[in-house]
Design a protein around this ligand. Structure first.
Ligand SMILES: *[C@@H]1O[C@H](CO)[C@@H](O)[C@H](O)[C@H]1NC(C)=O
Ligand SMILES: *[C@@H]1O[C@H](CO)[C@@H](O)[C@H](O)[C@H]1NC(C)=O
Length: 257
């Protein structure tokens, strides 16, 4: 419960569409107009009623949109923190790149440590989503899609080193792993196409390329040097961390008998 309050106070990831409305100055300051312009009361009445009705309507529609947000410290794209940056794309001195080793395992493990989170049941109900629930049914367990994509990337990385990771698998379970990796390629493909990154990847003339036979010949080779519009991962991951649920704690869930 403390966790929920903490997030609501910070609410950095809440949708912010309605906040302005909420904190708008009251219109009491307009009252002096009535004294000053007694003679045009009728005109002003009509004007102010119009304004009043407009505000009521706006608040009502805002209230509707806020229904979930009021009990719902959930992320929205608008609530993310955005930054412009370049991609590192180096595979040297990169804990995520290279062959299996402790540093690599730790890096991927950390990346995925907040993959499962507790979500207020009202939010899930509103979206017609069913899932597994905590014993009191106040919350359901879910993952943000981005974490599923990252999990999938890890699966594919493992498939690149299957002699290391799957040395003891028999044929049947290996076939299952391969299907899982294939599903993961599909999932990441969908996700990339769903959220297209529109930075420009540009070219330079390079000889001695990996793809071409003649090492002396120059070919256009692409380089990612453009600036990307990126969500601040630390910010999002911290939010997820505050709601993280360890699926190994299955006894905390309302488990079928
Ligand atoms: C959820 O289901 C109800 C009943 O089938 C439907 O009226 C409503 O539009 C659905 N909501 C969403 C977000 O799909
Ligand atoms: C590639 O081009 C550079 C000059 O830009 C040259 O010095 C080098 O020898 C070339 N490498 C090969 C393998 O031809």
């Amino acid at each position: 419960m403390d966790g929920v309050k903490e997030i609501e106070r910070r609410e950095p990831l809440l949708g912010e569409d309605c906040i302005e409305e909420k904190y708008k100055e009251p219109t009491h300051g307009l009252h002096w107009i009535w004294l000053l312009h007694g003679t045009v009361i009728v005109t002003y009445s009509i004007f102010l009623s119009g304004v009043f009705l407009l505000n009521v309507n706006r608040s009502a529609s805002c209230e509707k949109g806020r229904q979930s947000q009021s009990y719902l410290p959930l992320p929205s794209r608008e609530g993310l923190q955005w930054e412009d940056r370049r991609f590192e794309t180096n595979i040297v001195d990169n804990p995520f790149a290279g062959p299996p080793r402790e540093e690599l395992e730790n890096a991927w493990h950390d990346l995925l440590k907040n993959d499962n989170i507790r979500v207020p049941i009202g939010y899930l109900d509103e979206k017609n989503l069913t899932t597994v629930y905590t014993k009191d049914h106040a919350e359901g367990i879910a993952s943000l899609s981005i974490y599923h994509s990252l999990h999938c990337l890890k699966k594919i990385k493992r498939m690149m080193f299957k002699e290391h990771y799957y040395a003891n698998k028999d044929e049947t379970s290996m076939a299952r792993e391969e299907k899982h990796a294939d599903h993961c390629v599909e999932y990441i493909r969908e996700s990339l196409m769903c959220q297209p990154d529109l930075s420009m990847v540009t070219f330079r003339w390079i000889n001695n390329t990996a793809q071409h036979q003649d090492p002396a010949e120059f070919y256009p080779t692409n380089f990612d040097v453009d600036i990307h519009r990126c969500a601040d991962w630390q910010h999002l991951d911290q939010w997820a961390g505050e709601r993280a649920f360890d699926l190994f704690q299955v006894d905390l869930l309302d488990r079928p008998e």
